[in-house]
Write a protein that binds this ligand. Structure first.
Ligand code: GCU
Length: 583
């Protein structure tokens, strides 16, 4: 049974919609004055009513005469006095015209972290999680004149995901697009179409919302009509002889779904991906993933990326590096990324922010993790580029953690049995002494690997620990026969800081680390991919070193403005030699 998407409207940009992007009035509200009274109780006359002294003598706020911020966009980089702000901020805008249709939805592409929404003073609901889409049906709340008020709060909290500590900037606000979407009374609410295990048929499901009526599915020249069951569900199983999607041939097929007046046109790639022993196989052939990790920051500006243009600039750069793979760390990026990766032919690792020491025993934290994973999978599971769902990054091994993540992986597999599950793990270092001397051994023995398809490993040999030369005799072992992706490695260097290749914090040292890493990795028999840390320098409160970091993590191959460092050439050359190889 295809779990019904908790998104009322899949792929809204395929539908009749009106964008609410642009300037919204804002009120910065660190003391929650707009939501609570002096005793901390909910305030029935709060900012959600969008009053002003002109309409109510007691009002001490006035959105219409308040400053504005651009939506989509993080608030931190739009105003100097908001760069470090963590707290509550209110947004307000009037709703212009509504798109034509019988049912209306208000959809947010993402908002960090807790988002509460009112339309015309009517409470629509609350969403938690900073990186996945959500929406509300507003059909019954529409007036002649409509206005929206949105409260966004981005405090770091122990029970949240990410938890209190993370090595990236806590960008807050309506960071992604906001759309008004219209549909007919009956519409296609969710669909999941993929190649069957033999690669000869397209299988999956379509789910309607509203009065049940026939659905016509076209995939290229193949056209089939389905009569849904009473739940509005159609089981799809149609012949397919089209070209398969791959990074070298990212062919997308025109897919159309017609349900009465509801017409959806999508472009979907079909391919098979599997873990077989310690190999990753694409369309039944082994593949080596030449990749890079990315945070969601625009290529030439250190701000949250959000637009299709942002996605295209980042992923074209990934392609220029010679990659067929990208790790979208450490949280779901905008839905533009998977669509652009479909077009460019880049396989993706997508991840939810179960990062470091999470509150494993807290049921609310698990529910948040499950919801973020579900909203990500339901958003992107029709995207051929998405190869791996990652449920965690560098989480300390323990019984509660492994139980939490195992449960999460099982939930994910129920939503999407077609993709591989992974997580960025640690290796266990040891030394082995024999009559030939002592060598360093790195062993993959995290118990979570039992339930993963692919192991990720983050390690900073040559940077945080051991010397560069200690990599030359390192041996890697694994306790399970699974493929390994070296999901992080690297070194910090500000653009333009040059010196000896033994001098830390120089581009020359950064290159020396990469050369030693690649030489070591070429000796790992079960290594099937790499995503070095990281495409570009990014903002983080954890990196204050003056004159070198200045609150940026400097492990990028390019600067925070997108200027290439010397190490770019080392990685590009390594990948050029890897093209077409299986390890
Ligand atoms: C960590 C982590 C990254 C971090 C990186 C670093 O292990 O996964 O989020 O930025 O390594 O230390 O630079």
């Amino acid at each position: 049974m295809l779990p019904l998407s908790d998104l009322s409207v899949q792929s809204p940009h395929l539908r009749n919609s009106v964008s609410l992007d642009g300037p919204w009035h804002i009120i910065i509200d660190p003391y929650e004055t707009g939501a609570r009274n002096m005793f901390g109780e909910p305030n029935p006359f709060g900012y959600h009513l969008n009053r002003s002294p002109a309409t109510h003598w007691s009002a001490e706020y006035d959105f219409a005469n308040s400053p504005t911020l651009d939506v989509p966009g993080d608030w931190n980089t739009q105003r100097d006095d908001l760069l470090w702000y963590e707290g509550t901020l209110w947004y307000q805008r009037d709703v212009p015209v509504l798109p034509e249709g019988e049912r209306h939805f208000l959809r947010f592409g993402g908002s960090n972290y807790e988002t509460e929404v009112w339309l015309n003073g009517q409470h629509l609901g609350v969403h938690r999680g900073g990186f996945t889409p959500f929406d509300f049906e507003i059909t019954d709340h529409i007036d002649q004149r409509n206005y929206l008020v949105v409260r966004v709060e981005n405090q770091r909290r122990r029970e949240r995901l990410p938890t209190l500590d993370s090595d990236w900037w806590n960008y807050g606000g309506l960071t992604r697009e906001v759309l008004l979407v219209a549909t007919p009374a009956s519409f296609v609410r969710d669909w999941f179409l993929h190649l069957d295990t033999n690669g000869e048929r397209i299988v999956g499901e379509i789910r309607l919302d509203g009065p049940v009526q026939d659905v016509e599915l076209s995939i290229g020249a193949v056209k089939v009509t389905f009569t849904p069951d009473d739940d509005g569900r159609c089981v799809v199983d149609v012949p397919f002889a089209g070209a398969l999607w791959s990074p070298d041939n990212p062919v997308l097929h025109d897919v159309q779904l017609v349900c009465g007046e509801d017409i959806l046109r999508d472009r979907i790639g079909f391919r098979s991906l599997a873990q077989t022993g310690d190999q990753i196989r694409l369309n039944d052939a082994p593949i080596h993933l030449c990749g890079i990790s990315l945070h969601e920051e625009a290529l030439t500006e250190p701000r949250r990326a959000h637009s299709e243009a942002d996605a295209r600039a980042l992923l074209q750069t990934v392609k220029d590096l010679g990659c067929n793979f990208a790790r979208l760390a450490h949280y779901p990026h905008s839905d533009h990324m998977a669509r652009v990766a479909d077009e460019l032919g880049i396989l993706l690792w997508e991840e939810i922010p179960v990062y470091w020491a999470v509150d494993w025993e807290n049921p609310g934290t698990y529910a948040d993790a499950e919801n973020q994973l579900q909203e990500l999978i339901l958003r992107d599971r029709n995207r051929a580029s998405v190869a791996l769902w990652s449920v965690a990054n560098e989480t300390p091994v323990g019984d509660a953690r492994t139980a939490f993540l195992t449960r999460l992986i099982n939930h994910g597999r129920a939503l999407d049995p077609t993709r591989m599950f992974t997580a960025a793990l640690f290796m266990r270092p040891s030394k082995e002494t024999s009559d030939q001397g002592t060598i360093r051994v790195q062993t993959m023995d995290d118990p979570l690997a039992e339930v993963l398809d692919v192991m990720g490993c983050n390690q900073y040999l040559g940077w945080y620990y051991t010397k560069i030369e200690d990599m030359q005799d390192a041996r890697w072992d694994s306790e399970v026969e699974k493929p390994l992706i070296m999901s992080e490695f690297g070194a910090d260097a500000p653009l333009g800081r040059r010196g000896a290749d033994t001098e830390r914090w120089t581009e020359d040292y950064q290159m020396a680390v990469y050369r030693a890493q690649f030489a070591m990795q070429d000796r790992i028999p079960f290594l099937r991919g790499t995503s070095p840390w990281i495409l570009k320098d990014f903002r983080t409160p954890k990196r204050p070193l003056p004159g070198i970091q200045d609150y940026f993590n400097r492990k990028g191959l390019v600067s925070e403005r997108g200027e290439r460092k010397a190490v770019w050439g080392v990685v590009a050359a390594h990948y050029a030699n890897k093209q077409g190889t299986t390890r």
